[in-house]
Design a protein around this ligand. Structure first.
Ligand SMILES: Nc1ncnc2c1ncn2[C@@H]1O[C@H](COP(=O)(O)OP(=O)(O)O)[C@@H](O)[C@H]1O
Ligand SMILES: [Mg+2]
Length: 486
């Protein structure tokens, strides 16, 4: 509906403009044609007053000599009926005339244009008083009349007299207003038709655009303007389509982020619930059956509760760490340090646990390893997480080793075990958060965050974690840290 209003508005404006242009055109062309005629006429006949004065003696002692002049004046007017001949005295007073109908209404004419005409000649377009039409200016020819070397008066000839006016106005009417108007009206009709067609085409495109914008507004994010590059409003159309693409992409991204967030919340609440439920169960048992329990049983329950709460604490701190890494809130504070010393520390820390699980622990590093440039605390977290896994998955009698090697401008850190290995198909997925071994395998299930944290920390050091694993033979994880000054 709105679009039709727009169409009619534009059309009406266009129509009005065309009509105005037409009126102005007719006015201007008629006016210029008139002036052009007059100018040409004055140039052609401008010196007839001079001829008149030369051929006759219009004045005799200041008095018009009618017998001498009237004949010749009449003859002139017969040849050229548009002229009207007047004789003026030196003050501009009309003292004699030979004009048809004798309808002279003025007694004198202004001498200023007459003098200017005499001074500059007929080449210049000059108009003066028309004695038959007071207030109107007309083209004329003029010449001074001398008697005994003295200025006695002027011959003043109106060139476009009443007869001329009549003729030209009929001429204009017939010629310009008929042929001109026909041509003009045809052109007007033609351009109107073309104009309205173009306006219709443009507004039709606009209608399609508005329709798409409306559909987009109503939630159809797939709405696009067809043939956007080729229609008349291509800049608007392509801009809209680009904008729609961007918005749609943003919405998709938001959706996927939202899905991840939901998944995370679901996983986290599941992981938190399990140890919490265990703790709750044993605490309840302790509280209700406290008297009936042997001290051995009581100690066993308390150990279970302790284990669960430790697990919970570890899980929470891992979650915390991971989300901070994810949100890029942790920036590595890089410094040069001895990776050999760090490896030695970690090795010491895991000795007790390894011994308890019956696992052989090795530390293999050459002398004079260079310093590395990295965040000490974060690198320690990486090695710890890898050691946690190695010790967790390797059965008793197995072997876990930390191996350091200088390699080019960096130091390679490798943690290898003789555990069950990771199936080929799973190797790429273990670094994703919440990717972990099925708890049915009987191992103590972790949160699945350890390797995700490792990956994130190494990303902050522009390093990548790599894995090599063979089923039932063992697994090795390794990464490189830049040597200091290297
Ligand atoms: N040394 C390893 N030997 C065998 N499997 C491993 C080893 N390290 C990691 N994995 C596999 O990768 C998964 C993800 O490890 P991780 O992110 O540390 O989570 P979590 O230890 O909590 O299970 C583990 O659940 C396990 O399936
Ligand atoms: Mg782990």
């Amino acid at each position: 509906m709105k679009i039709n209003k727009l169409y009619w508005k534009i059309s009406a404006t266009f129509l009005l403009t065309m009509v105005l242009v037409g009126i102005v055109y007719i006015f201007v062309s008629v006016h210029t044609a008139r002036n052009y005629f007059k100018e040409v006429h004055q140039e052609l006949y401008g010196d007839i007053a001079q001829h008149l004065v030369q051929e006759t003696k219009p004045l005799a002692n200041g008095i018009p000599d009618t017998t001498a002049t009237h004949d010749i004046m009449h003859s002139m007017m017969v040849i050229n009926p548009s002229v009207e001949v007047y004789l003026l005295d030196t003050t501009g007073k009309i003292i004699d005339y030979v004009v048809p109908n004798s309808t002279v209404k003025m007694e004198r004419v202004d001498l200023a244009p007459v003098k200017s005409f005499i001074a500059y000649g007929p080449k210049q377009f000059i108009v003066g008083d028309d004695p038959k039409s007071p207030g109107e200016q007309n083209i004329f020819s003029a010449a001074p009349i001398f008697e005994h070397e003295q200025l006695a008066g002027y011959a003043y000839i109106i060139l476009a007299g009443a007869q001329y006016k009549e003729t030209t106005s009929t001429l204009l009417n017939s010629y310009f207003l008929k042929s001109g108007t026909t041509v003009f009206l045809t052109a007007l009709a033609g351009s109107l038709l073309v104009g309205l067609l173009i306006i219709w085409l443009i507004t039709r495109n606009l209608q399609h655009i508005i329709e798409m914008v409306r559909r987009f507004k109503e939630g159809d994010t797939k709405a696009r303007i067809a043939d956007a590059g080729n229609n008349d409003l291509s800049v608007l159309s392509t801009t809209f389509n680009d904008m729609a693409d961007t918005i749609e992409a943003n919405i998709e991204e938001l959706k996927s982020v939202e899905n991840l967030r939901r998944e995370l919340i679901a996983n986290v609440s599941h992981d938190l619930r399990t140890p919490l439920a265990i703790m709750q169960g044993y605490v309840e048992t302790l509280s209700i059956k406290n008297e009936q329990l042997s001290s051995g049983e009581r100690q066993q329950y308390i150990d279970i509760i302790l284990g669960s709460s430790e697990k919970l604490a570890r899980l929470i701190s891992q979650l915390f760490e991971y989300s901070k890494l994810e949100a890029k809130q942790i920036q590595p504070q890089k410094e040069p340090f001895f990776i050999a010393e760090l490896a030695q520390d970690v090795f010491q820390k895991y000795q007790i646990l390894a011994r308890k699980k019956g696992i052989e622990l090795h530390l293999d590093q050459p002398q004079n390893l260079p310093l590395v440039f990295a965040d000490l605390g974060l690198v320690e977290r990486v090695i710890q997480n890898l050691m946690d896994n190695a010790l967790k998955f390797t059965p008793a009698g197995g072997k876990v080793s930390i191996v350091l090697r200088e390699s080019g401008q960096s130091v390679e850190v490798r943690i290898a075990d003789t555990g069950p290995g990771i199936p080929e198909g799973e190797q790429s997925a273990i670094f994703d958060r919440y990717r972990k071994a099925p708890s049915t395998s009987g191992r103590s299930a972790g949160a699945g965050l350890g390797l995700a944290i490792v990956k994130k920390i190494l990303e902050l050091h522009d390093a990548t974690i790599r894995v090599q694993s063979r089923l039932n033979e063992g697994t090795a994880f390794w990464f490189h840290l830049p040597a200091y000054g290297g």
